[in-house]
Design a protein around this ligand. Structure first.
Ligand code: F6R
Ligand code: MG
Ligand code: MG
Length: 369
């Protein structure tokens, strides 16, 4: 059968700052999905990563389905009502423009969706990240789908060896979806040229060149059906199908051991290591570090198995210790240089006010004629 996976995440309020949602909030989201989605979706799962609640829905209505998106939106609204009643911080922050928070970004839920003909056995992963941006997945995806140092299937599997087609979006362009398609291995250097700029070029999807099937959908997608207009995106969610003509699950996970430095962390304005965490982890040190969780599923006729937490394994404890060290090293230099993002990527406008105020105090000594 043709099945659609829809993963939507939003920050609608958290305990103790931008840390994690409350149990009551999660229950409100879950109940809404269960009750309102009874005749709409086949299966669902509600989880969270940092301050973001993730809803995974399976159904047969295709991508961009208005009713499915509205179900998620209504569930987040129910969560927002609880967040308000409990005094949670940033209640409704990704839904409401007047939410009480100093953040200027994060205006809108993030969504990743894909429709495909279900294979007789269908494994897939859902990644959810917090305190970072969609481009955080660029490097792990490039390495998992295009580099034989991480994906042995590129040389060992006849189907994986045919390579992959990447669709990359220029997220700076706001008058439409500006995208480019590049194939690996032929276009590898061009792909790297784009993907080095995580803030501007983001992998939207990846397809197999063996059978044309979709492997990856990441959350550059615009949410026309929810808000009627583009409502932004940050802390990213992603769906990845694995095995057979796609990379193996372990090959997808392998590059996450790098814990590469990404944008985000405190006030969405710093650089920190992308740390693989167990599902339902809060953030902590310096409102971070940037975190990513991963859940593995199998699916049959749209029904999900239980979720397996792919970063809940002793190997990743070692990786987390390494990431903590990397976080410490960059935090040692506070606001200086690479530790804080460039002026155009800051989530707060305080620095601009300071710079404006300083203008009148500058003097030009020895002006040239
Ligand atoms: C980053 C984030 C937090 C907040 C910080 C200050 O994405 O959500 O680091 O930026 O806790 O929050 P406000 O400005 O709401 O007090
Ligand atoms: Mg938040
Ligand atoms: Mg968040």
């Amino acid at each position: 059968m043709k099945v659609t996976l829809t993963a939507i995440k939003a920050d609608v309020g958290s305990i103790g700052g931008h840390i994690c949602p409350s149990k009551k909030l999660l229950a409100a989201v879950e109940n809404t999905v269960k009750e309102d989605g009874r005749d709409l979706v086949i299966d669902h799962l509600v989880s969270y990563t940092g301050d973001d609640v993730a809803i995974l829905l399976t159904h047969d209505r295709g991508i961009d389905d208005e009713q499915v998106h509205k179900l998620a939106w209504d569930a987040f609204l129910a969560g927002t009502a609880v967040a308000k009643s409990q005094g949670l911080y940033g209640a409704g922050q990704d839904l409401l423009r007047d939410a009480f928070s100093g953040n200027t970004r994060g205006l809108g839920p993030a969504v990743a969706e894909m429709e495909f003909e279900e294979r007789p056995n269908e494994p897939f992963l859902m990644f959810a990240a917090d305190k970072t941006e969609p481009g955080a997945y660029n490097l792990p995806l490039f390495l998992a789908f295009a580099d034989p140092m991480y994906n042995s299937g590129l040389i060992l599997s006849p189907t994986g060896g045919k390579g992959y087609r990447f669709t990359v979006m220029d997220v700076d362009y706001i008058e439409g979806d500006r995208v480019v398609e590049l194939v690996t291995p032929e276009d590898m250097y061009d792909l790297a040229t784009l993907l080095r700029d995580n803030g501007r070029y983001v992998i939207e999807s990846i397809h197999s060149r063996h059978d044309g099937d979709i492997a990856v959908s990441s959350c550059t997608t615009r949410l026309r059906n929810i808000a009627g207009k583009y409502v932004g995106k940050d802390d990213p969610i992603m769906l990845v199908r694995t095995q057979k003509s796609f990379p193996a699950t372990g090959e997808i996970l392998a590059p996450f051991e790098i814990t590469h430095y990404v944008a985000g962390f405190m006030r969405g304005s710093h650089t920190g290591p992308l740390t693989p965490v167990k599902a339902k982890s809060a953030v902590s040190f310096f409102d971070g570090p940037p975190i990513v969780s991963g859940l593995a599923f199998s699916i049959r006729e749209g029904r999900l198995t239980e979720a397996i937490d792919v970063f809940d394994h002793p190997y990743w404890d070692w990786v987390r210790a390494k990431a903590a060290q990397k976080a410490h090293y960059i935090r040692e230099q506070g606001f200086s240089g690479a530790a804080m993002l460039g002026i155009h990527d800051l989530e707060y406008v305080g620095i601009n006010h300071r710079l404006d105020a300083l203008e009148s105090r500058f003097v030009v000594r020895n002006p040239e004629e």
